[in-house]
Design a protein around this ligand. Structure first.
Ligand SMILES: C[S@@+](CC[C@H](N)C(=O)[O-])C[C@H]1O[C@@H](n2cnc3c(N)ncnc32)[C@H](O)[C@@H]1O
Length: 534
């Protein structure tokens, strides 16, 4: 899903969705092209319910989450522990599971508020009992620092936040007051904040040499937020940690989606700090200076990154790894994603795939324009999809298909809002007349005439509710809809909670005080009290 925040529309009532929540922006992530992939997958399996979708190089999990939302049973795998942890949470735990967690601590909101409080308090202290990130990966002061002798990955305050929060939940885990699943929720929320507030240009190989940048994001104090997990109604999925080539031998699939790395940069060294924060083993980077008085190991990259070495990033070994992988896949369709300028050439890929299957189609994937409403024009080809197996010929390259992708992008963005709408928006449906049902009727949308699809999206865009108080009232009223299913009721309740957590409106409290439902009033009052206390 591609999120474009339109200034006209505003973001106050935009709520994260399962598909986009806390996706880590790793190299090679497909988060911008999941709509195009969805079109391909639904051509291969118009009725994906319970079909097995295997994702051995799952990365951020953007494609696996999309496949789950389509109805596939997802079986995913990843080499790196920090990505495994993230996907383990999003693919195997539901919103219901989350609501049952931290019951010894008053629930997930209460626990995360407490951690934020501790982190914010620590960020102001200069003598932390357990400095680690603040000692090795951030300067001592915001104002006077030496980028040759100190690492500038974070502002000092954010480094202290990470130290305090990470230390606290490890301690709670070790003394048995939180479970492994609960610890994972906190870790994933922290990893996401770390990527958002890091003083880097993408990955952790190096940092920017100054903290005096225009980028206000790095100066904002970190604050953890509660993940948005899936509805319980999605097909349960599985997540594994290990080497893809070994993993595929045990997991037959209806579709296997292969998205191996294709460039020489090793992901494990590029994201060493996310690994360190995950394993929290206190690895000490060398602080030695060279003859010029500068740190010898600028990035402080862990010396054991090679334990997670990927053959796919090697000019010498990538071809061999790919042959071995393709030989071991047991799948009706292989969908391989690979850029034209990757280590293995397009001709070679075609040759290898054709040895497996005589039907191989190649489709380009396009990067949507960033910002604002999408238009197909100016879209850049970013990589190719190679699809094996007999399938009806399809194309993503016609103007028609590109426009449809654009419309899917716009629709994805709309899933986070509430609406005031009269009339028919079929084939979409509104839950409680105010929010779009996120279980989209993909096949119907694919066959809807383009002009009708466009009209539908425009209608929705012009009926977004921009005011948080109004949005809150609509959501609360929607709970009274008699025909609401249990899953729909839960969905609306989650939207309400999220709005209460994130809204900047000063008048929401009085709306809550005036609620007629005492249970809802009590739940939201507690939520607000936690927010205020911390
Ligand atoms: C191109 S990225 C996948 C991106 C993913 N589809 C997404 O949307 O975020 C490749 C991923 O494969 C992982 N990887 C590299 N070598 C691997 C191996 N041998 N086994 C399993 N995963 C591996 C990397 O850690 C990285 O996360």
């Amino acid at each position: 899903m591609f999120i474009s925040i339109d200034k006209e529309i505003g973001i106050s009532t935009f709520l994260p969705t399962y598909e986009t929540d806390k996706l880590l922006p790793i190299i090679g992530s497909k988060r911008l092209v999941t709509d195009q992939l969805q079109m391909v997958f639904s051509h291969l399996f118009p009725r994906p319910k319970n079909k097995v979708f295997v994702d051995p190089f799952c990365g951020s999990g953007s494609v696996s989450r999309k496949a789950r939302m389509m109805g596939f049973k997802v079986i995913a795998n990843e080499l790196l522990p920090f990505l495994y942890e993230t996907n383990k949470l999003y693919l195997t735990q539901s919103e219901d599971d989350l609501q049952k967690m931290f019951h010894l601590h008053g629930g997930v909101d209460a626990y995360i508020s407490m951690l934020n409080y501790e982190g914010h308090y620590a960020s102001e202290q200069h003598n932390l009992p357990h400095p680690y990130i603040s000692r090795y990966y951030a300067p001592k002061s915001d104002h006077s620092y030496n980028p040759d002798q100190e690492r500038l990955f974070f502002t000092p305050r954010n480094a202290r936040f990470i130290d305090a929060v990470r230390h606290e939940f490890e301690r709670s885990f070790e003394e048995g007051s939180i479970t492994e699943d609960e610890k994972r929720v906190l870790l994933v929320a922290l990893l996401y904040e770390v990527t958002r507030k890091a003083n880097t240009s993408g990955n952790f190989s190096s940092f920017n040499r100054t903290l005096n940048t225009q980028r206000s994001r790095i100066h904002k104090l970190m604050t953890l937020s509660v993940p948005t997990l899936s509805e319980g109604s999605l097909v349960p999925s599985e997540m594994y940690l290990g080497d893809a080539n070994e993993f595929v031998t045990h997991h037959p699939a209806d579709i296997i989606y292969l998205d191996p790395p294709s460039q020489v940069q090793q992901i494990s060294s590029a994201y060493h700090l996310l690994h360190t924060i995950t394993v929290w083993d206190g690895y000490t980077p060398s602080q030695k200076l060279n003859e010029k008085g500068a740190l010898r190991e600028k990035g402080g990259i862990r010396s054991d990154w090679r334990d997670y070495y990927s053959e796919y990033c090697s000019l010498q070994h990538a071809d061999r790894a790919l042959i071995n992988l393709l030989n071991n896949c047991d799948a009706r369709h292989i969908v391989l994603s690979y850029p034209e300028n990757g280590i293995v050439s397009p001709d070679r890929l075609l040759e290898l795939l054709s040895l497996r299957d005589k039907h191989v189609q190649v489709l380009p994937l396009y990067r949507p324009n960033s910002g604002g409403i999408q238009t197909p024009r100016g879209n850049k080809r970013i990589e190719n999809l190679y699809i094996t197996g007999k399938a009806e010929n399809f194309s993503l390259t016609t103007d028609e298909s590109l426009e449809r992708i654009t419309l899917f992008n716009r629709l994805d963005h709309l899933l986070g809002f509430t609406f005031t709408l009269q009339g028919d928006i079929s084939p979409l449906t509104l839950i409680g007349s105010v929010v779009i049902d996120p279980q989209l009727p993909i096949q119907q949308l694919l066959s809807l005439p383009l002009s009708e699809f466009e009209q539908l999206i425009t209608l929705l865009e012009t009926n977004i509710v921009k005011d948080d108080d109004y949005s809150f009232s609509l959501l609360v009223d929607a709970l009274d809809t008699p025909s609401l299913l249990l899953r729909e009721r839960r969905f609306i309740n989650r939207k309400i909670d999220h709005l209460v957590r994130h809204s900047t409106s000063n008048t929401l409290t009085s709306l809550i005080e005036n609620l007629s439902s005492s249970s809802l009033k009590q739940r939201l009052t507690t939520l607000i009290q936690h927010q205020q206390k911390h």
